[in-house]
Design a protein. Structure first.
Length: 376
């Protein structure tokens, strides 16, 4: 939509320029044409036709009478007006021809936008800016189409993987519960063990089903913000507290650093989802027994939140894909880090709806996710 507005703006600017050029030409024609006639009449009035008189006095009299008539301003009014109208009509015809030519060129270019056989759109020199924008739009459209196909392929692969993965814990649960149901005199210790395993598998099954719901929701749900004033420090502290059991299990910790309490106007539920996803990602990909650092800073226009975890360096190519739908840094479905690949895509969408930005950078020591949100 934005590019469509820009193209329309460039087109309108060009039409205005062409129209004002037409007015300038008409003005110059209106000044120069009578001026040229006046100069011509003046020259004729001052010319000496003695050589005609010497040749023939009768011809001289006829000649003088003729030139007297054509230099009479009263006689010149009608032909001068006709010449001016003719010239103006010619200029108008050229204007309309040029304008309709521009429109035909732009119409042809819009067809080339969706034509896969056309690699580069070419327009006349006057339409150079529109040509640049259309080629940029064509590249963006092709890129988006390619990304959409990749996302669809990833989604289909995820659904296949999830369907396969759901069978594994489900089969185990059925097996252990069947044993518990069939063996009435099973020892208490073994019974407790089978119940524990079945419960663990049911938790895993719940995670996989939640992934399926995430995929379905992301395709159909439109995120709508309900903003209110919130204490960002307090919100982050509450989110970190929720991760305490998970952190304890993997022997990791989170440290929150800030210099002052920061209040912003935002959607607390949606924003907590952003930082929840970032912290979950940091826990999954950080080194064993490491600390995750969250910093909170403020400048005159925005607040900056960084989530930093120590771990393997992420390549530039993978960093550029992190926020794409269904992209998973770890493609292994058996890994505990394997999710639906939607967490960071959702985080980006929510941050951008808040008129903010989110980015990631990585080196040999640590990976940083940086979220910038406007203060007002």
């Amino acid at each position: 939509m934005e590019w469509g507005i820009k193209l329309k703006s460039e087109e309108n600017k060009l039409l205005r320029k062409t129209f004002f050029l037409f007015l300038f030409k008409v003005l110059m024609w209106s000044i120069c044409m009578p001026l040229a006639i006046l100069i011509f009449v003046t020259i004729i009035d001052n010319m000496d036709f003695q050589w005609i008189y010497d040749f023939s006095p009768e011809v001289y009299d006829l000649f003088k009478t003729f030139f007297y008539r054509i230099t009479d301003l009263r006689f010149l009014i009608v032909p001068v007006f006709l010449i001016w109208v003719t010239g103006t009509m010619i200029l108008l015809y050229k204007l309309l021809k040029k304008v309709f030519g521009y429109m035909d060129d732009i119409e042809k270019a819009t067809e080339d936008l969706v034509d896969k056989e056309v690699e580069y759109i070419e327009l006349p020199d006057e339409l150079e800016e529109i040509q640049k924008r259309m080629n940029h739009l064509k590249r963006e459209s092709e890129k988006n189409e390619r990304l959409a196909k990749e996302n669809e392929q990833r989604k289909e692969e995820l659904i296949v993987y999830l369907a396969h993965d759901i069978k594994t814990p489900l089969t185990s649960m059925i097996g252990y519960l069947s044993l518990l149901d069939e063996i009435n005199d099973m020892p208490k210790k073994k019974q407790q063990k089978y119940i524990s395993i079945a419960l663990e598998k049911s938790y895993r099954l719940e995670e996989l089903i939640n992934e399926l719901f995430d995929i379905a929701r992301f395709n159909s749900e439109k995120i709508i913000l309900e903003k209110e004033e919130l204490d960002l420090n307090l919100m982050l502290e509450q989110i970190i507290d929720d991760f305490y059991p998970t952190l304890k299990d993997v022997n990791k910790s989170i440290q929150l650093k800030y210099e002052e309490h920061i209040h912003i106007v935002a959607d607390p539920d949606k924003l907590s989802r952003v930082f929840n996803n970032l912290i979950k990602n940091a826990i999954s990909y950080s080194k064993e027994d490491s600390e995750i650092l969250i910093t909170l800073k403020k400048n005159t226009e925005e607040v900056v939140v960084e989530v930093i975890n120590k771990g393997k360096q992420v390549s530039e190519e993978k960093l550029n894909k992190l926020f794409e739908k269904f992209y998973r840094l770890d493609s292994s479905r058996t890994s505990k880090t394997g999710g639906s690949g939607l967490g960071l895509a959702i985080a980006k969408e929510i941050v951008e709806l808040h008129n903010g930005t989110i980015m990631a950078e990585s080196n040999e020591v640590e990976t940083t996710f940086r979220v910038k949100l406007p203060l007002s």
